[in-house]
Design a protein around this ligand. Structure first.
Ligand code: NAP
Length: 274
């Protein structure tokens, strides 16, 4: 079992469609011991059955990452449970609705700051505050999207946040590498989750990815989960500061693949699924 003896915390499970759930499940199946967190009381009940399934009903903790005290309380709980931990999964993002559609230049400062605080600074703060309990062979993983590298319609403010998140991964990797802590991100293809539902015209993003990625389908949380488990495990012991794409190869495409009819009319390759 690849994760036997590893202990870690997973932040960002909202339900069984969450990417964090896919990662937690893959780690658990390979023998990891987990703790998971929820945002507020409203979600505690919803997460209880998932915690049970993941074998961590005793280790289900509140953590709103916008509240520094909750991060410190989380560290104390993890220290009581495990002493040291070997991995952190940061699968958290938030931007107010007005940051995810409309004109980019209209984004208000408050909206910008909230998104950067929850979606970017929280990775830096978690890494710093949990560092005293991270083992000297540990791994931190966060989740990004291609909209942090190139323009994607409606992704707007979250694109800026993901760009800053990806650079934070690299700076954290350098800063923490000397303590035996690796830091990586997975840039996942679009997946229908609660957070994704907030992005304007998300169903079009799914269709576009399906049509234009080399594998001609969308990715699943199980696939992101397996890749995440690899980055959290010793299989990736010399990998740090990386943005690892799990997007069916979409990011390598410089131009949509076009096929031509007999009469020379171009049309985009499409496998018929939606
Ligand atoms: P999700 O299931 O909705 O997960 C997002 C999580 O962030 C939720 O558990 C949410 O908690 C949590 N969260 C929001 N604000 C928080 C706060 N202040 N403190 C603590 N937790 C907070 O959606 P997801 O798609 O799996 O998103 C996970 C990560 O993957 C995000 O970083 C997202 O940007 C990234 N990603 C998603 C896609 C995609 O297409 N879905 C693609 C690439 C990257 P509540 O639900 O309790 O509010």
């Amino acid at each position: 079992m690849i994760m036997q003896g590893k202990r870690g915390v997973v932040l960002g499970i909202a339900n069984k469609k969450s990417i964090a759930y896919g990662i937690a499940k893959a780690c658990r199946e390979q023998g990891a011991e987990l703790a998971i967190t929820y945002l507020n009381e409203r979600f505690e009940k919803k997460l209880a059955p998932i915690a049970k399934e993941l074998g961590c009903e005793e280790r289900l903790y509140p953590c709103d990452v916008s509240n520094p005290e909750e991060i410190i309380t989380l560290r104390k709980s993890l220290e009581d449970d495990f002493g040291e931990i070997d991995f952190i999964v940061h699968s958290i993002a938030f931007a107010p609705k007005e940051g995810l559609s409309g004109h980019f230049s209209d984004i208000p400062k408050d909206t910008f700051n909230v998104a950067m605080d929850i979606s970017v600074y929280s990775l830096i703060e978690l890494s710093r505050e949990l560092k005293p309990i991270l083992s000297n062979n540990s791994s931190i993983l966060t989740l990004s999207y291609y909209g942090g590298v190139k323009y994607i319609p409606n992704y707007n403010l979250m694109g800026i946040a993901k760009s800053a998140l990806e650079m934070s991964v690299k700076y954290l990797a350098e800063d923490l590498g000397r303590y035996g802590v690796r830091v990586n991100a997975i840039s996942a293809g679009p997946i229908k989750t609660l957070a994704a539902a907030g992005i304007g015209d998300f169903s079009f993003m799914l269709k576009w990815n399906l049509a234009h990625s080399p594998i001609k389908r969308n990715v699943t949380i199980d696939e992101v989960g397996n890749s995440g488990m690899y980055l959290l495990s010793d299989l990736s012991s010399a990998v740090t500061g990386e943005i690892h794409y799990v997007d069916g190869g979409y990011n390598i495409m410089g131009m949509p693949a076009v096929e031509f009819d007999e009469d020379g009319k171009p049309h985009i390759a499409w496998n018929g699924e939606s």
